[in-house]
Design a protein around this ligand. Structure first.
Ligand SMILES: [Zn+2]
Length: 252
């Protein structure tokens, strides 16, 4: 079954239409992540409106930490963890202009650590953002996090990828397979049994010159099948099973 493993559903204002399109494309389920307090609350709400189809993640994205009362968001995440299938999107990002100071990076790591502990306590997998902070993300995950994680859109160094895979974590393939040399190299070096597929929608699709939506995960999985020289049906089946193994609260 085709599973979309990482969408910012609450960034759309036509969620019902987006879900209809996903169903027409034979998507079996959507994992919708939250990136701050407001989107986490809305994601839980969207999942309640589409039970058995939209499964919620709640989290705090590193791009949001300067805009949020992080303690309030953390409290919400802990309280609602039983209603979520993962903690995400969370992580580190050292590429932002505001992240060029040691203080900011330290702040990111402290919040990330608390979120990882919350995931461990709630026995939930994590959906991780690790751009330009690959090594620190993995180290903190190993120290404080749960046993299950996906490095979403991983495009970092191959030596760290190998450590990620040795620890049994997953990475996700995204529409960036079309144009990112680094991301393609990562996916070429990862066995299909460790790959999830996603769109990270509504991110812009360069090839189609429009914003993506969950149904576009079909493009990702087709590109993945081509890259791996695998049958499309088999690629859909294996990546779907991988998502169900990782997000083990999902029952469909
Ligand atoms: Zn995302």
């Amino acid at each position: 079954m085709l599973l979309e493993s990482h969408v910012h559903l609450t960034s759309f204002n036509n969620i019902a239409e987006i879900i209809e399109n996903a169903k027409k494309t034979n998507l079996s389920a959507i994992i919708a992540v939250g990136g701050n307090l407001e989107s986490s609350i809305k994601t839980i709400g969207a999942a309640k409106q589409h039970p058995g189809y939209v499964f919620p993640g709640i989290g705090l994205h590193p791009s949001e930490i300067l805009k949020e009362n992080t303690q309030e968001t953390l409290k919400y995440i802990k309280e609602k963890s039983s209603e979520a299938v993962c903690i995400g999107e969370i992580g580190l990002d050292y590429s932002y202009s505001f992240a060029q100071t040691d203080d900011n990076r330290e702040m990111q790591r402290n919040i990330f650590k608390d979120l990882l502990l919350a995931a461990r306590e709630g026995n939930l997998p994590v959906s991780l953002h690790s751009r330009s902070a690959y090594s620190d993300s993995l180290q903190l995950l190993l120290k404080y996090g749960p046993e299950k994680a996906v490095f979403h859109w991983y495009d970092g160094p191959i030596d760290i990828l190998n450590k990620i895979l040795d620890e049994g974590f997953y990475v996700s393939a995204t529409p960036a397979l079309e144009y990112s040399k680094e991301h393609r190299l990562v996916i070429q070096n990862t066995p299909l049994e460790k790959i999830l597929v996603e769109t990270d929608s509504p991110i812009y699709l360069r090839s189609l010159k429009r914003r993506s939506e969950p149904s576009d995960v079909l493009l990702t999985v087709k590109e993945l099948a081509l890259l791996k020289g695998q049958d499309l049906e088999e690629t859909i089946k294996v990546t779907g099973n991988n998502a169900l193994k990782l997000f083990d609260k999902i029952k469909i």
